[in-house]
Design a protein around this ligand. Structure first.
Ligand SMILES: [Zn+2]
Ligand SMILES: [Zn+2]
Ligand SMILES: [Zn+2]
Length: 170
């Protein structure tokens, strides 16, 4: 694996790869981190240049995690129960009115409109911890300098909690 351990660290995704190498936690904690990184961090921060995860980027990142755990774009969206071809409503011709999921199997199985649900506070806190940990690692590796706006916000949070999503996450 030449790519993860060598070469310049220019983007947050690469930084996280490097941080995972030195991270010293038990295997189950690591698995939890890796899942959160894959699902919630990489898709939006992975390609952010390392000089630029500033406070605004991070704040909107956390606000987004709190809005919808599926990272939908806010438009109506059907959450399908299966990936392949399927009938979204098995009693399309004669649907129950109103739907009765307790008694009707077809109602239970019908694909539903997606309702946004934000990540739990504890999950956002862990994500915050991961991102801060990786950014601290960037300081250690001297891939970013202390004076850059990309300084982790974690040490500034305690004095004014709940001002913004990322601070509230501390
Ligand atoms: Zn469907
Ligand atoms: Zn039904
Ligand atoms: Zn959503």
């Amino acid at each position: 694996m030449r790519s993860a351990t060598r070469g310049p660290v220019r983007r947050v995704g690469r930084l996280i790869d490097r941080w995972l190498i030195v991270l010293d936690v038990d295997p189950s904690t690591r698995r939890g981190y890796e899942t959160k990184i894959r699902k919630h961090i990489r898709p939006s921060l992975g390609d952010v240049p390392l000089t630029r995860p500033d406070v605004e980027t991070l704040d909107s990142f956390y606000a987004e995690r709190r809005r919808c755990r599926e990272h939908c774009d806010g438009r109506p969206l059907v959450q399908h129960r299966a990936k392949g071809t399927h009938l979204c409503d098995e009693h399309q011709a004669e649907p129950c009115t109103p739907p009765d999921p307790d008694k009707c199997r077809a109602c239970r199985r019908a694909c539903k409109l997606h309702v946004c649900k934000g990540l739990a506070d504890s999950t956002v806190r862990q994500i915050h911890w991961i991102v801060s940990g990786a950014l601290d690692h960037a300081l250690v590796g001297k891939w970013i300098s202390v004076n850059r706006p990309s300084t982790p916000t974690s040490h500034r949070c305690r004095s004014h909690p709940r001002l913004s999503p990322s601070r509230a996450a501390c």
